[in-house]
Design a protein around this ligand. Structure first.
Ligand SMILES: Nc1ncnc2c1ncn2[C@@H]1O[C@H](COP(=O)(O)OP(=O)(O)O)[C@@H](O)[C@H]1O
Ligand SMILES: [Mg+2]
Length: 285
């Protein structure tokens, strides 16, 4: 028992050294979190990685939602499989845009295989993804987290001490906003900077099927995200409207910043990407 325990500690120590080396090669690490599920975290994370790429940076995305890995679907990479080992470690899947992608889904037998793991195992897999994936030199690594304040955000915060910070996604409803405060609280306890809040599904862009005219409808309310940001003294990054083209595209693996770059949502999103670029580049000068 004692020997097993010692062997394991040596292994973890070796992995932590690899992780440190890997993370040093990546200039900026940004995690996307939220209090609730279904608010658009993965949509934001995927388009953020894509947005940085569109700006000329090298970027990658790590799907750290271990029990609900949706990133491959949103990038049209469902069904792709990778080898666990290779001369340089695990090779991430390369999306046609050039961004590197890693997800537990690439290691599962079928997309329907449920992942039923307790906390320590989730931490182990995240540590392995950070340490053993051949990320190489990168400008940006975006990390998509599951909702809430459980094991995965905690592991990411602990394993990456130089994380640039977290972006918090919310919808305008009060229930979502209530949970935002918990996410901010967690980041503060862990000493992780909060880069800002994005209010998603803020107003609906509706295109009339008869006349083709586009109008904006205030569906779930607006402005709650900005109010919480002000209240908690953190930056407000912007609002994204509800747009039916977003789920249409993401189900087919087409992130909206690439598929509909002239849509109000894509324009609003790119201005958020620029704000984040300014924030993290400014902080690391
Ligand atoms: N602004 C938006 N307009 C319309 N649909 C959206 C928008 N943002 C996200 N969605 C859709 O909502 C669903 C949940 O989004 P997702 O990114 O998976 O949320 P989370 O990762 O927080 O659970 C997806 O089908 C996505 O396409
Ligand atoms: Mg998600």
């Amino acid at each position: 028992m004692q020997v097993d325990h010692e062997k394991r500690s040596v292994e973890i120590e070796k992995q932590m050294k690899m992780l440190e080396h890997n993370m040093k090669l990546i200039k900026h690490k940004i995690a996307v979190m939220s209090g609730k599920g279904g608010v658009g975290k993965t949509t934001v994370a995927v388009n953020l990685a894509m947005g940085f790429k569109l700006m000329g940076y090298s970027s990658a995305i790590l799907d750290a939602d271990v029990t609900g890995p949706d990133v491959p679907l949103m990038l049209g990479l469902e069904g792709r499989r990778i080898e666990l080992t290779g001369p340089f470690g695990m090779m991430p899947v390369l999306h046609e845009s050039g961004i590197k992608v890693m997800s537990l889904a690439f290691l599962l037998q079928t997309p329907d295989t449920p992942v039923i793991w307790r906390g320590p195992l989730k931490t182990t897999v995240i540590r392995q993804f950070l340490a053993e994936v051949y990320w190489d030199q990168l400008d940006f690594l975006v990390i998509d987290l599951p909702p809430g304040t459980a094991d995965e955000p905690m592991s990411v915060g602990q394993l990456i001490p130089d994380l640039d910070g977290v972006v918090i996604v919310t919808t305008p409803q009060d229930v979502a906003l209530l949970d935002v405060r918990k996410s901010i609280g967690m980041a503060r306890i862990m000493n992780v900077p909060v880069l800002g809040i994005i209010e998603n599904m803020s107003g609906l862009i509706f295109k009339c099927p008869n006349c083709g005219k586009e109008t904006e409808i205030d569906l779930f309310g607006k402005g709650g995200g900005e109010k919480v940001a002000k209240e908690m003294s953190i930056p407000f990054l912007g609002q994204l409207p509800i747009d039916v083209r977003i789920p249409e595209g993401s189900d087919k693996g087409n992130p909206f910043v690439i598929k509909d770059p002239d849509s109000p949502a894509a324009k609003a999103f790119m201005s958020i990407v620029k704000k984040l670029e300014t924030a993290v580049e400014g902080a690391k000068q």
